[in-house]
Ligand binder design. Structure first.
Ligand SMILES: [Fe+2]
Length: 512
């Protein structure tokens, strides 16, 4: 019988079996924790490159390379000298006969022996291979790609979000690893900080347990123990943003007690992400990137600078990022404009008033109206917003005023299924899909009974979002299929579902 990691843990807790304990509970030795993690499907690379390799943030002439030395992934401190020199090399071929760049970088204990290399002098629109060496060992080989320049006829990328390790295996990452892609985008909830396993969906607050840098490091190292996640990193360059669970559920602000915890969560995130060298506790996550003349990405950071929710003058972007985004809108050129957005932008109102969640943009309504009115007033066309967080798939029309169904459609938001994090029950979805649809005239589609990732195929004329779903998150190699596909035609605001899949199961559809 197929069981997920959470079922295994529940059963083990009932039986009192140590080999199936939650690996990060404090009472275990490193050896016991490792044994428990292996029982839940963890299998790391050879030391010291146990956590694999990754690349990210591709520009036309440069890319970031990442690894972290962790001979004992679940230990609080690593059996390593304070500083280890790590060699890196980049080649045009997988056999490393045509080497194009090489160097060394220090891996220091103060940053968890992580390595962030900024490789420059590369050719645009090219595939490269890279690897690291240290302490007489060589890492696995990763594949990366630089951004193209000029005319681009097609881009193909995937987004991932919400990958609670205890909720399931990463069959969806196995799928991402095997897709032919230009890059991957991660929309946040890369880890969950939960203290214990329990509850039927992650909006249950399960109590703080991970609060310190060593604990966040161990959590990241456990997640990287799933081989499918490491394969997805090694296969493609990633752009990354974050959401709340990299620190703690629904956090905002910088009060001192939170600030210490936030610094720890941010630094551990930095130490485990394929990002350029940056400040570990205040990394610049928001940025603009182009894929030739076809696609322009605005990667948003909706956590680091936000105020509390539901304030009349509240902000989710912060003043600087908002000025940056407004300027991006004012000066937008030709091509598709994609906002990489961790939490739902579109209004999700309840019948009879109020909102489902005000941790999302619904808690920052004045700022949302300001930004979307600016999109409308400047006439920026071809806006597609890609979103995570909800653990269910939505398709929304974006309007500058969601309360006015006669307001023009200025873009489309695709909210993706989660990789593994628990969604609502099929019963909740069946009941509430139509309820949400009735209360939100811009909502076109809702499906909450699957897990997976979104795959985007973009050409000058059309944006297609394929909802790629796995059969069963309890099965590590569960196969991937396309549940349905939505298209947006260039120059024509609004989406439509592909006729071939319009009869696939969903809990709400507006147009059929
Ligand atoms: Fe999540």
């Amino acid at each position: 019988m197929a069981v997920n990691r959470r079922d295994l843990l529940r059963g083990a807790a009932a039986a009192g079996a140590l080999g199936l304990a939650w690996p990060l509970s404090g009472r275990l030795t490193v050896a016991q924790a490792t044994e428990a993690a292996v029982a839940l499907g963890a299998r790391w690379d050879e030391p010291p490159f146990t956590l694999g390799v990754g690349s990210g943030d591709p520009l036309p002439d440069s890319v970031a390379l990442w690894t972290r030395l962790a001979p004992e992934p679940l230990a609080e401190t690593q059996p390593l000298p304070d500083t280890v020199e790590v060699g890196w090399e980049v080649a045009a071929d997988r056999g490393f006969r045509r080497r194009v760049a090489a160097g060394t970088a220090p891996a220091g204990a103060e940053l968890g022996h992580s390595v962030h290399v900024e490789v420059t002098g590369l050719e645009p629109g090219r595939c490269y291979f890279y690897r690291f060496s240290a302490r007489g060992r060589t890492s696995r080989v990763g594949r990366t790609r630089t951004a193209p320049v000029g005319r681009v006829g097609r881009v193909r990328f995937a987004s991932a979000n919400c990958q609670a390790f205890h909720d399931g295996y990463y069959a969806a990452h196995r799928g991402i690893a095997s897709e032919r892609l230009d890059f991957v985008v991660h929309l946040g909830d890369y880890i969950y900080e939960h203290g214990k396993v329990g509850g039927d969906h992650v909006r249950d607050h399960e109590g703080p347990a991970v609060t310190t840098l060593p604990a966040y490091r161990r959590r990241h190292a456990l997640y990287k123990g799933d081989p499918a996640l490491r394969d997805a990193h090694a296969a493609h360059p990633w752009f990354v943003t974050w959401d709340d669970h990299e620190v703690v559920n629904d956090y905002s602000g910088t009060r001192p007690s939170l600030r210490r915890r936030r610094d720890a969560g941010y630094q551990a995130w930095y130490e485990h992400m394929p990002v350029r060298p940056d400040h570990p506790t205040t990394p610049r996550v928001y940025r603009e990137r182009r894929w030739g003349d076809l696609l322009d990405l605005s990667i948003l950071d909706l956590r680091q600078y936000r105020s509390e929710q539901n304030l009349p003058d509240g902000t989710i972007l912060g003043a600087e990022q908002k000025a940056w985004l407004r300027d991006r809108i004012s000066t937008a050129g030709d091509g598709w404009h994609c906002w990489v957005n961790s939490i739902m932008l579109s209004q999700l109102a309840r019948t009879g008033g109020g909102y489902y969640f005000t941790d999302q943009w619904d808690g920052f309504r004045a700022e949302r109206t300001e930004v979307l009115t600016h999109v409308h007033d400047t006439g920026m066309p071809d806006l597609v917003v890609i979103t995570g967080d909800w653990h269910s798939a939505f398709v929304d029309d974006i309007r500058p005023d969601f309360d006015d169904p006669s307001a023009p459609v200025i873009g489309t938001e695709f909210t993706a299924h989660s990789i593994s994090s628990g969604a609502y029950s099929p019963e909740w979805n069946a009941t509430n899909g139509p309820v949400m649809g009735r209360a939100n005239p811009h909502l076109k589609y809702f499906e909450g009974n699957h897990y997976g990732y979104d795959l985007y195929e973009v050409t000058p004329g059309r944006w297609s979002t394929h909802l790629r779903v796995i059969g069963d998150r309890r099965v590590p190699d569960s196969p991937v299929r396309t549940l349905t596909t939505f298209h947006v035609d260039r120059g024509r605001p609004g989406s439509y579902e592909d006729p071939a899949t319009r009869t696939s199961p969903a809990q709400y559809r507006r147009d059929t």
